[in-house]
Design a protein around this ligand. Structure first.
Ligand code: AMP
Length: 419
């Protein structure tokens, strides 16, 4: 066992191949889908002035308890980003792009959480944010984009939960109603929930502590506190999802972690694993956030999907497999290595993934390396081939056999064989 100092810090892990290739492919699928829907990539910094995240709300656990904060050498109060919506909205206020502004992002976030399966201190998310329109069809587009992404990955056991938190006034009335409800029997609440009740009554609904279950079950429903306008917005979102044939479940207790959501909120869970951490993504409307960050008042809606958990869902469903080999061709050269040097370069320039062995090893050792590489084809150059300016091309997996080809037609032969 290595010295603990030389192990990845708690809550983090190295992603090695082939999982790393699978992750990159997943982000590639995501990029294709969102770019086809008019979202363009934004790459915000991984740290911001801490105030940017404070705008998310002081009652938010992520902000209050889980941020990696520090003072930099210039005395600035900095935080590693715990999520990216705040950064994107900060970026919007800074650059004032034309509306609607449809942005996507991918990358790591940092939260000082209790590390467990599916809950890390550094984790990747992909997401989109759409700023400008209040149109309920935009909420539906955002939700549908995530849904289509899961479909493209081959996931079939994803559940979509939706709720409306109403406008800021509705939300405030509901928070008061909830506070009153929980206060009637405050002694039966868990100690943690009593603390939460004082700062953020909505979050008590998120508690999974058994002592809280009864009061949560009898709590008033947000949906009974919606204004006519918010109710109409929600109805239109639901009608649009139905029109798009995206199945959903209404979950009136869905409040989600961040404080700034209004109106539509949603979450995707995977039914394929029963871990506590089965939320694979979520999002909602945050119409007041831009203004809170000093930008012109601008509505917004978006989502963030957890890459790690989405891949866990893929594992559980046997979907979106990792690649089985890093290269297609392995070049074996027992004549000193110059042939391998030139042939691998030629193949790579033709777009063929190719590797070779090193240190002028025996034919047997090189063939073993070729097998281990997982390559489908080998190019073999021994003394005879060098003499006759040829190479042997051998199928390493199927029964495609071996043929001797001119040095000048190696690439062409492999392109045909790899089709
Ligand atoms: P949030 O930004 O908290 O709304 O989370 C959105 C999604 O990111 C969740 O549904 C998870 O899939 C993922 N996620 C959030 N926190 C973590 C974490 N600590 N570790 C791994 N994935 C996470």
């Amino acid at each position: 066992m290595a010295d603990p100092i030389y192990r990845a810090p708690k809550g983090t892990h190295d992603v090695l191949w082939p999982e790393s290739a699978r992750r990159r492919a997943l982000v590639g699928v995501f990029a294709d889908i969102v770019e086809a829907a008019g979202y363009s990539e934004v790459v915000p910094p991984m740290f911001e002035h801490v105030e940017v995240f404070r705008r998310l709300g002081d009652a938010t656990d992520v902000v209050r308890k889980e941020m990696y904060e520090f003072e930099d050498r210039g005395g600035r109060h900095i935080a590693l980003r715990p999520e990216q919506t705040a950064s994107i909205v900060r970026s919007f206020g800074e650059h004032r792009p034309n509306l609607p502004w449809k942005a996507w992002y991918a990358g790591p976030n940092f939260r000082y959480e209790r590390a467990q399966k599916g809950r890390f201190r550094q984790f990747d998310q992909v997401g989109i944010e759409a700023l400008g329109p209040e149109d309920p069809h935009l909420d539906a587009e955002v939700i549908a984009t995530a849904w289509r992404f899961y479909e493209c990955l081959g996931l079939q056991q994803v559940t979509l939960l939706v709720n409306s938190l109403g406008g800021p006034d509705d939300r405030a009335r509901y928070v008061t109603a909830l506070h009153d409800h929980f206060s009637t029997d405050i002694d039966s609440l868990s100690e943690d929930s009593r603390v939460t009740l004082a700062t953020n009554p909505l979050r008590v609904l998120d508690s999974s502590r058994p002592e809280d279950a009864d009061l949560i079950a009898s709590a008033p429903s947000m949906l009974d506190h919606l204004s006519a306008e918010a109710g109409d917005h929600f109805d239109q979102v639901k009608a649009a999802l139905t029109g798009l044939e995206i199945p959903f479940t209404i979950e009136p207790r869905l409040v989600r972690g961040l404080d700034y959501y209004v109106r539509t909120t949603f979450e995707f869970t995977s039914e394929a694993f029963d871990a506590a951490q089965n939320a694979i993504g979520g999002g909602g409307r945050y119409d007041g956030l831009a203004e809170a960050m000093g930008a012109p008042p601008t509505p917004g809606v978006g989502f963030a999907l957890g890459v790690d958990r989405t891949l866990m869902a893929c594992d559980a469903e046997g979907a979106f497999a990792a690649p089985d080999a890093p290269v297609d061709v392995f070049v074996v050269d027992t004549t000193g290595g110059e042939a391998a040097l030139l042939i691998t370069d030629e193949l790579r320039r033709a777009g063929i993934r190719a590797d070779r062995s090193w240190d002028d090893r025996s034919m047997k050792a090189q063939m073993r390396a070729a097998d281990r590489s997982g390559a489908a084809q080998a190019v073999i150059v021994g003394d005879d081939e060098l003499q006759s300016n040829t190479a042997a091309v051998r199928d390493l997996r199927g029964d495609g056999g071996q043929e001797t080809v001119a040095r000048t037609s190696i690439t062409e032969t492999l392109l045909a064989r790899l089709k």
